[in-house]
Design a binder for this molecule. Structure first.
Ligand SMILES: *Cc1c(COP(=O)(O)O)cnc(C)c1O
Length: 426
């Protein structure tokens, strides 16, 4: 073996996986088991006391899931990762390690609609208070910091508008405030953007989208960058204080630069319970093998479709950061030089009714609430994903009444353009 570091595509195929030691199976087996036999009583005791690493019960860890965790950690450049049942589960588990009731976290206003709901309603009932900031106005993050702030949460490429966030500028605010920066990297995937390279301390994903990539399995993951010092100022007691259930060990002291991933597993996943099925881990691992190929095609197709729409008379505007005229193009060239992703919005001159009409006339595009499938997808956010928001919040989050969102798949771009052309013309 040479000592060269493997490239991204090599990691996407190989990271974390070896031929199965007992059978020689080359693809990662699906370890469809709830529990694992201990060698003896001492082994069992050391696993439960966190003195040894190993498998106990699939709610806490599973060998198929472990390959997925190692692979995504390698692709993102983190120290460790934890796979969970969905992107939303990843967000709950992360914040449970950081916030006590009454604490605050700052979140970018431009987020996936489901995250806006989760932060506004479910998290409020836990006593975790979200404070919104505008990702286009970095000073609004600085102004939102208080002594109770425990984290900052942003998306790298923001849903639904496909805008690009200035990760480095916001990481500077987080560093000054002494809190970790959490980046939801779902729409970019590590193929386009690696947030840790730009100052993120924690990366979360909905694996359901581009990483799995085929619209067949839900999953989520948390990646620990290993960059944050959890011991300062007693702000993060879950990580810095003795854990009574583990013989009084302190996670930061014992596990160092992967203490956060361990906390998510042994305090979050263990007690909250959103474990990923090993079958889904297998499906997502298979998807990740082709991530670089798919992602490039998604981006190239998206750019072609955005250019077509920008020249169409029924279209009022196109928000795609990959277009030179777009207000996020400078940030796209800095953070995502291989492509600005495949999810973007455009608005129709005919407003709300034209949006509903377009969605009903498209044939190749599937009308559904998902992104990051091999298939091209369309949705009218104002009447669906963002319908729970009031009108002002809809517009602020990029989902006004005339806005249509596309997630461009990996079909032939000529076929996608022809479908849009017939639906817009009709
Ligand atoms: C889908 C999505 C989520 C939520 O993920 P689930 O797997 O559906 O729970 C979070 N963030 C973004 C950006 C998403 O697109």
């Amino acid at each position: 073996m040479s000592d060269r570091l493997p490239g991204f595509s090599t990691l996407a195929v190989h990271a974390g996986a070896q031929p199965d030691p007992t059978t020689g199976a080359r693809a990662t087996p699906i370890y469809q088991t709830t529990s694992f036999v201990f060698n003896d009583a001492d082994h069992a005791a050391s696993l439960f006391g966190l003195q040894a690493f190993g498998n106990i019960y699939t709610r806490i860890g599973n060998p198929t899931n472990a390959v997925l965790e190692e692979r995504v950690a390698a692709l993102e450049g983190g120290t460790a990762a934890l796979a969970v049942a969905s992107g939303h589960a990843a967000q709950v588990v992360v914040l449970q390690q950081l916030l006590q009731p009454g604490d605050e976290f700052i979140a970018a206003r431009k987020l996936y609609g489901g995250s806006i709901n989760q932060f506004t309603h479910a998290f409020k009932s836990f006593g975790w208070n979200v404070v919104w900031a505008d990702p286009d106005d970095i000073a609004s993050f600085e102004r939102a910091v208080t002594p109770r702030t425990k984290a900052i949460f942003i998306e790298s490429i923001a849903n639904p508008g496909g805008s690009i966030t200035d990760i480095e500028a916001i990481s500077t605010v987080a560093r000054k405030a002494g809190v970790p920066l959490i980046v939801d990297n779902t729409l970019a995937s590590p193929y386009l953007i690696r947030p840790i390279d730009h100052g993120a301390d924690i990366v979360v994903h909905s694996l359901t989208k581009f990483l799995g990539g085929h619209g067949n399995s839900l999953g989520g993951i948390i990646v620990d960058a290993g960059t944050f010092d959890w011991s300062t100022g007693g702000k993060y007691p879950m990580l810095s204080e003795p854990r009574p259930e583990y013989h009084g060990i302190r996670l930061q002291e014992t596990f160092g630069n992967f203490a956060f991933a361990i906390a998510c597993r042994v305090l979050g996943l263990r007690d909250l319970g959103p474990a990923l099925s090993p079958f889904n881990a297998f499906m997502i691992l298979t998807g990740i093998e082709t991530l670089p190929l798919r992602m490039q095609k998604h981006c190239d197709n998206a750019k072609a479709v955005a250019e077509f729409l920008a020249g169409h008379p029924a279209v009022a505007s196109v928000n795609y950061a990959g277009l030179p005229s777009d207000k996020y193009n400078r940030l796209a060239r800095k953070y995502a030089p291989k492509g600005a992703g495949a999810v973007f919005t455009f608005s129709l001159k005919g407003g709300y009714d034209a949006g509903v009409n377009l969605v009903s006339k498209l044939q190749l595009f599937s009308h559904l609430a998902n992104v990051g499938d091999t298939r091209s997808l369309v949705i009218h956010p104002a009447s669906t994903t963002h319908s729970q928001l009031d009108d002002a919040s809809k517009i602020k989050s990029g989902a006004g009444p005339d806005v249509v969102r596309l997630s461009i798949g990996i079909e032939d771009k000529e076929d996608l353009i022809a479908d849009l052309e017939q639906a817009l013309g009709a």
